[in-house]
Write a protein that binds this ligand. Sequence first.
Ligand SMILES: *[C@@H]1O[C@H](CO)[C@@H](O)[C@H](O)[C@H]1NC(C)=O
Ligand SMILES: *[C@@H]1O[C@H](CO)[C@@H](O)[C@H](O)[C@H]1NC(C)=O
Ligand SMILES: *[C@@H]1O[C@H](CO)[C@@H](O)[C@H](O)[C@H]1NC(C)=O
Length: 563
Amino acid sequence: MKVVNLKRGPILVLSASALLICFILFSFSRSTQETTAIRDVRIRSIKDERGSDDRVEFPGQTEKKEERRTEKVREEKKEELKKVEKISQRKEEGGRGEGDDIAKKREFVKEMMLHAWYGYRNYTWGYNEIRPSSKSPNNQAIFGGSKMAATIIDAADTLWMMGLKDEYKQARDFIYANFSISNAEGTLSVFETNIRFVGGLLALRALTGEEFYTEKAREVAEALLPAFNTPSGISYSNIDMRTKVASNYGWANGGSSILSEFGSIHLEFTYLSHLTGKNIWVNKVRKIRETLDKSDKIEGGLYSNYMNPKTGRAAGMTHVSLGALGDSFYEYLIKSWIQTSFKDDQAKKMYWDASDAIQRKMIYTSKSGLRFAAELKGGRPDKKMGHLACFCVGMFALEAKYEKNETRKEQVMQLAEDLGHTCHESYVRSESRIGPEMFYFNDQDDATSKRSEHGYILRPEVIEGFFYLWRITGKEKYRDWVWDAISSINKHCRVEGGFTGLQNVYNPNQGRDDVQQSFFLAETLKYAYLTFTPTSEISLDEWVFNTEAHPFPILKGEVKGTD
Ligand SMILES: *[C@@H]1O[C@H](CO)[C@@H](O)[C@H](O)[C@H]1NC(C)=O
Ligand SMILES: *[C@@H]1O[C@H](CO)[C@@H](O)[C@H](O)[C@H]1NC(C)=O
Ligand SMILES: *[C@@H]1O[C@H](CO)[C@@H](O)[C@H](O)[C@H]1NC(C)=O
């Protein structure tokens, strides 16, 4: 999700001057370029200010320091729990028979949600996001200056699940009366608009049964349709809302489409066809799927991050990634198979072939024993793993849940847990106990990298991974890990007007990015909350989450509508 969609990459609407600056920054190094999705522009510029000598200890600290830190952290956690007790005393709702401790943690996350929500509501209602320190609208991020209420749409299903009825009603009434895609101006990212707006509205329909949400989702999807008019069916990245002209990013390998973007529409459009009875939506994504299935696969099951929408072929040097640019395409393959009650055989085969190839070619173990998912560039491993790539912990855990071959099931579960461990290490080895944007591994040493990006922009993927591990293995330690992460976020990212990202997780006092990303309310807080509810709440046997954590029901089979 992000500036270049790194699963969220592309920040859509940059002003011309911002684009120029980006262009200059991008041209410094290709790797910087590729790890920079639009969402990451902020982080990138922070890094440039810091200069390249800035050294970070990733895994390399001494044990003593670690012990002292652990002791300190333990004390801090005690303090946090005391605070939680106070909060939960104020709430009527008690535990639900699963132990007070868990109920308190659930209330703690709910209180964080209320704080995030009221920051936005008090100061920037109707805008996309709040800058919580300055208490002003965030107009730089994705969706730019358009007043599209991204936070309201993204947060509403989380409010609903948390039983925050008054706040849900505020969101619902706004969407009903005031949300319209026709308010969007400038250029929209097809991917971001789909996962947040179409996805958010459809999940609200699923949870509440209110039909108007389907109609609003349909209108948003309709606004995106011109992006699908290509010979291969592969959609463009952007669409100009005024002219209806679709386009790709110039930096994306000579104007290619991006795998994680056009590959992460399948769940939403399938469900929209199911609800409307019209095949137009599912046909769009089936065509993309056909093109990909027929394309030359890399290592027998992988796909290039960059594809030409005219030819349907890989563009430029092949780059394969479970992080930025690739990530949620693989996620949507296995989830499409689940969404159709295991009827979508094409998705199943493509996913399993991809997973085989990933396990053969992309999984490495560092000298100190941390397993990680590398990227492949021109067939060679690039030994780094971004925060975004930690989503694959959840993906492999889901694969393990459904794998019938016992040997393989065990292997892939082990992989999910090992990668989860690595993502956890990236958190607990930092001063803030929050992980950085990117970490590197080399043969001598794990992830000592001055190149690494040290910021944290409230991303969900690591907590999302622990959520899946908890739901699927039932091991208590994964709930502890979520608690550790979310209480650290509360400690370091909380300001008066909500929650902000950090410029440097290794030195949390260094600075803040002053943006409360809407995905913090849609994803990070939702996955944390659902870790502390009974597992029957939004059960993985009944729901599948889109890549913005908006849940859709598992359908009875493939969609059969009319044309
Ligand atoms: C929002 O406003 C209410 C009412 O004035 C206030 O109680 C609350 O603390 C505010 N919350 C935030 C996060 O600004
Ligand atoms: C919808 O927008 C109008 C005009 O800005 C505003 O007065 C009204 O309160 C909004 N409705 C809701 C439910 O937020
Ligand atoms: C199960 O998977 C293993 C490892 O991939 C394979 O060697 C074995 O043949 C499979 N067993 C069956 C019954 O398919």
